[in-house]
Design a protein. Structure first.
Length: 581
């Protein structure tokens, strides 16, 4: 992002504090600092810091799995033909109650150009979020001092890239829908506040085939038309178009939400406030409800303040309206999913779209009454943004935990164990695998590996002279390689094998499953965190766990491959109590 400041930027509120008016001769260090706080350089520095949340999210995406997640597979079989070509008609079929024609084109581009690496889509999501911050920057009231405007850019970036919303970046399919819809809606509102209605309506239509939350942009456009005192037909048309789109969507979408025993007005309000206030709590739904109520009260209060009705705030009222109706849609459609469902990471962006406009409106109003306190206002924006970013740590930990074992599914897909994870992978009747093979889509391309730097699925391992390992010997300080299978889950035609292994001073490179003929028939992840093992034995790292998928066969063995190239093996079954003794 570039600086908010240009040569034509307005000076700061107090004339005596304008950039460049301080004496050239230096005073005390405090005077130097105070003069720096009024310069354009500080504004540029603050805007540069706005890149930090994006950089942090880039690191998260780089660590994310290469394999896509569950919703992506069910969407892909709709718009990709068996030969890998685009099925245009499938773009118009709802996915989880949403019409995702625009994101589906992004998915198809990732599949055909980048081999279906979901991290590439995650990087695209980061660019989309950055573009949203840039568009929001253009809407910041010009009456505010340059440093305050820069602080709003920082707060916008921190909230949009909040760790609360990690799901939308590391589960990139989700972000390509949610964040793209947000970007389009912001663009539509920017056109609307300038009176460019045809582009605004066109972008609203585009948003409506991007994700369902973009339906909320229609009443937002109507609100902007009212604030601009546009002719009646321009106020009514967005509402009419939005109603037609929603009715049309409901006529083909038969997944009726809100029909359970919890479908009452109190639960709906609870869910609404919880979604709105999500970004301001760590992992407490009750606190999110309270924060949501405060935000709604804040909007109601600002609506009574004359200064809040300034033309430069029309965009922010429209964006807040969009976020409110988006939150209401989530609250109603997910009312029967449980009281805490509103706190899912994917809903963070909607909470941000409600919260950020209120911060800007309040900050602008306060500045209009107390311009000399602009430094405090700038600090408040920065602190609010950083707080919203940091409060997402517990949510981010949950998302990271979901990602930890995900690559096991890539082995299940490649080896044909589609029933090992239930609904998380489409069953054979969906014919997902032929589509992936036709596309050269991961895991059906050269990017797939078991991570051993050697044996892959179908290879035969020479097991001559390979020693069996079991429970550690030597008390709490194991002296030689050890490992145990502590859970086997039987699945239709397959099984999941969980356990841990250590080479002590020779780290584990990977683990694989071999059958009675020593052929590699399964694999998964080999660096799962097992803090229980690290606490039980001295000198063993926590990342000793493994999880693998393989066939439902007798005589399966776990082969542990160490960094030195040495191997050990253990039966792929839980030892009985006598063995443990």
């Amino acid at each position: 992002m570039t600086s908010t400041v240009t040569d034509k930027s307005e000076p700061d509120s107090a004339p005596e504090e304008r950039a460049g008016e301080a004496p050239a001769t230096a005073g005390t260090w405090w005077q130097k600092l105070e003069r720096f706080a009024t310069t354009r350089w500080l504004a540029r520095l603050i805007e540069f810091l706005a890149l930090v949340p994006a950089a942090a999210m880039t690191i998260e995406v780089a660590r994310a799995p290469e394999l896509h997640f569950v919703d992506y597979w069910y969407a892909l079989v709709r718009f990709v033909s068996l030969d890998g070509s685009l099925n245009f008609g499938g773009l118009w079929k709802a996915s989880n109650e949403h019409l995702i024609a625009v994101p589906s084109m992004l998915y198809y581009g990732d599949a055909t150009i980048f081999g279906g690496d979901q991290r590439i889509l995650g990087y695209l999501d980061i660019l989309i979020a950055l573009a949203t911050v840039v568009l929001i920057r253009f809407a910041i009231p010009r009456s505010l001092p340059v440093v305050v405007r820069a602080s709003i850019v920082l707060a916008s970036s921190a909230l949009i890239f909040s760790l609360h919303g990690l799901h939308n970046f590391t589960h990139a399919m989700s972000g390509a829908a949610w964040l793209t819809a947000n970007l389009i809606s912001v663009g539509a509102l920017l056109f609307a506040v300038k009176g460019k209605w045809w582009p605004a309506w066109g972008m609203a239509l585009l948003g409506s085939i991007t994700y369902g939350t973009a339906f909320a942009v229609w009443p937002s456009l109507a609100l902007v038309a009212i604030l601009r005192k546009e002719p009646v037909w321009r106020r009514v048309l967005p509402l009419a178009l939005g109603a037609v789109i929603v009715v049309g969507w409901m006529s083909v979408n038969h997944n009726a939400a809100g029909s359970g025993t919890e479908s009452d007005i109190g639960t709906a309000i609870y869910g609404l406030f919880a979604v709105i206030g999500k970004v301001w709590t760590a992992n407490n739904t009750g606190m999110a409800v309270f924060a949501g109520a405060v935000i709604v009260a804040g909007y109601a209060t600002m609506a009574t303040v004359k200064a809040a009705k300034a033309p430069e705030l029309r965009f922010w009222w429209g964006l807040g309206c969009h976020g409110f109706f988006g939150s209401a849609m989530i609250a109603v459609s997910r009312i029967d999913f449980g009281l805490d469902y509103s706190q899912h990471s994917r809903y963070t962006s909607v909470s941000v779209l409600v919260s950020l406009p209120l911060l800007v409106i309040i900050g602008t109003v306060v500045h209009s009454f107390a311009a000399r306190h602009w430094r405090k206002i700038a600090v408040a924006f920065a602190v609010a943004g950083v707080t919203g970013f940091a409060l997402g740590v517990p949510t981010a930990d949950t998302v990271r935990a979901e990602n930890a074992d995900h690559e096991i599914k890539s082995v299940a897909l490649r080896a044909g164990y589609l029933n090992a994870f239930g609904w998380a992978l489409p069953p054979e009747g969906h014919q997902l695998v032929p589509r992936l093979e036709a596309l050269g889509h991961y895991p059906f391309n050269d990017d797939f590996t078991l991570g051993c730097g050697g044996p892959e699925l179908g290879d035969t391992i020479d097991m001559s002279g390979v020693e069996e390992i079991g429970f550690p010997t030597g008390g709490r300080t194991p002296a030689s390689p050890a490992g145990v299978v502590d859970l086997v889950e039987e699945k239709p035609g397959s099984r999941l094998v969980w356990g841990w292994a250590t080479g002590v001073k020779d780290p584990v490179r990977c683990t694989v499953l071999v059958d009675s003929s020593d052929k590699v028939v399964g694999g998964g992840v080999s660096d799962r965190v097992r803090s229980d093992i690290a606490q039980q034995y001295l000198g063993i790292n926590a990342d000793t766990g493994f999880g693998m998928v393989g066939p439902d066969e007798d005589d399966l063995r776990v082969v542990v491959i160490l960094e030195s190239g040495a191997k050990r093996w253990m039966p792929a079954e839980v030892p009985d109590d006598e063995d443990q003794k």
